[in-house]
Design a protein around this ligand. Structure first.
Ligand SMILES: *Cc1c(COP(=O)(O)O)cnc(C)c1O
Length: 464
């Protein structure tokens, strides 16, 4: 005899609507579904499977719930989820929120290139085939002093092709303190192995001397490599040779000096109260043969891997077979050159969003947050001192004083309130700290104030 429970389960399972019924339900009143009919059947079958599993797990899903499920799944499938979100976290280069947003002008250039034909490999004067990426290289040469440049998909790809082209079958010397993991599985020892090079680790975790590098060099050594340990700091009894000391040793032994800088900084962040960050110009100025960096960390451009250095060395890298596999498309070329032009014009701190955020001062941030609080006009909001960080593996351990809007809710409503903000039509990603929901005034982009005011008011209305 079935128990009453299993009877209910059986009857619920029997009520699961047919594929045809689900498709009809999805079409709504106008009889028009958001996706083409050949895919509707697949979605309907998945919804039936989900319903069966949930009913068997004890949920009382009735046929109208299952129809709702169908409509929800179709809604998601048809409208996509990578839409803009306001960054209230205080983390400027937030990896989970897509790292650096590009400037308005850069975004327009990328959209224009994407939706039109562009003279990517045509010399318009002669009508003949022209150099791909020459505009980007020229801008990078002026900005950094490098003889030549090559752009690939991201910095991980840049390090990979550099080592494959220059050190395959040979040894590369790296300090033990710099044989690091950057995140997302990018580990320097693994990348070296993958490119066919052998890692020679020298020194200790906290101290490496120039002589450690010197002693490790033999006839199989292709290069000395410095890696910017961008996502952690070792404090105390430490010593690490500078890039110019490494360059001197490498060149005395007629081998290459390579630096993986990571963040790709062109502006000294110390002027904004942050710590020192190695600049691309420092490494090129010190005579490094090859320097690699990300396009979407402190450079503030689209995702890219930037390879700079001596012309002869860059030519070797560019002619490696991986160059074709890792090359960037027209939208990245258009975006990168537009971002670099902001630096050439000397306007980067106003036009590049991450530098705009880094360079806002405390008075400005306070009046912004107070303005939000006044416009919201609710006793549950106030402004508080906050701390922002650069993030994205840049300037670890360094913070920037900031001001945040604080939304003070009863303890049990905090998570609900934060979820409401994150899933709103115009979503906001806040930070939860000391039991309050914070929206940091530094990371909210210019022009997003109205979204914050409206979003918080709507949320408070729901919570009340
Ligand atoms: C971030 C980083 C990388 C990886 O760069 P992506 O652009 O994320 O591929 C490699 N090396 C260093 C030192 C980094 O900081």
């Amino acid at each position: 005899m079935p128990t009453p429970d299993s009877e209910t389960t059986t009857s619920l399972l029997r009520q699961i609507p047919s594929v045809d019924r689900l498709i009809q339900a999805a079409a709504g009143e106008e009889g028009k579904s958001p996706i083409a009919s050949e895919y509707l059947t697949l979605v309907a079958r998945d919804v039936q499977t989900e319903a069966r599993n949930r009913i068997r797990a004890g949920e009382a899903l009735h046929s109208d719930h299952v129809e709702d499920l169908m409509r929800q799944r179709l809604g998601k499938l048809a409208s996509g989820s990578l839409k803009p979100i306001v960054n209230g976290t205080g983390v400027i280069i937030h990896t989970n929120l897509g790292r650096a947003p590009v400037s308005q002008e850069t975004a327009r250039a990328m959209a224009d290139a994407a939706s039109h034909y562009v003279p990517l490999e045509v010399n318009l004067e002669s009508g003949n085939r022209g150099g791909r990426g020459s505009e980007v290289s020229e801008a990078l040469q002026y900005l950094t002093g490098a003889e030549a440049a090559l752009v690939v998909n991201n910095n991980a790809a840049a390090v990979n092709i550099v080592l494959s082209a220059l050190a395959h079958g040979q040894k590369v010397v790296v300090s033990r303190a710099e044989a690091v993991e950057i995140g997302g599985g990018f580990r320097i020892p693994d990348v070296l192995r993958q490119s066919g090079a052998t890692l020679t680790e020298v020194g200790t975790t906290n101290r490496t001397r120039v002589s450690d590098y010197e002693d490790a060099i033999d006839e199989d050594t292709a290069a000395l490599m410095k890696v910017h340990a961008s996502n952690f700091v070792i404090l105390g009894f430490t010593a690490h040779p500078s890039i110019s000391e490494i360059v001197n040793v490498a060149h005395a032994h007629k081998i290459l000096a390579i630096e993986d800088m990571g963040s790709g900084c062109l502006i000294d962040p110390r002027q904004f109260g942050l710590g020192a960050e190695p600049l691309l110009t420092d490494s090129i100025g010190a005579g490094a043969d090859v320097v690699t960096a990300s396009g979407d960390k402190l450079l503030g451009g689209p995702q890219a891997g930037i390879i700079l250095g001596k012309k002869q060395v860059i030519d070797r890298i560019a002619s490696h077979p991986l160059a074709r596999a890792l090359r960037v498309d027209k939208t990245v070329q258009a975006g990168l050159v537009t971002t670099l032009r902001h630096y050439l014009r000397g306007e980067a701190t106003e036009t590049i969003p991450i530098w705009w955020s880094i360079s806002r001062d405390l008075d400005w941030l306070r009046s912004r947050a107070v303005g939000w609080a006044e416009a919201i006009g609710d006793a549950r909001v106030s402004t508080v001192r906050s701390e922002s960080v650069v993030g994205g593996g840049s300037l670890p351990g360094r913070t920037l004083e900031s001001i945040a809007l604080a939304i003070n809710l009863p303890h049990q409503a905090v998570d609900t309130g934060a979820r409401y903000l994150r899933t709103a039509v115009q979503p906001i990603h806040p930070r939860i700290q000391d039991g309050a929901i914070l929206i940091d005034a530094r990371t909210v982009l210019a022009g997003e104030d109205e979204i914050v005011v409206h979003g918080v008011r709507q949320m408070l209305g729901q919570i009340a």
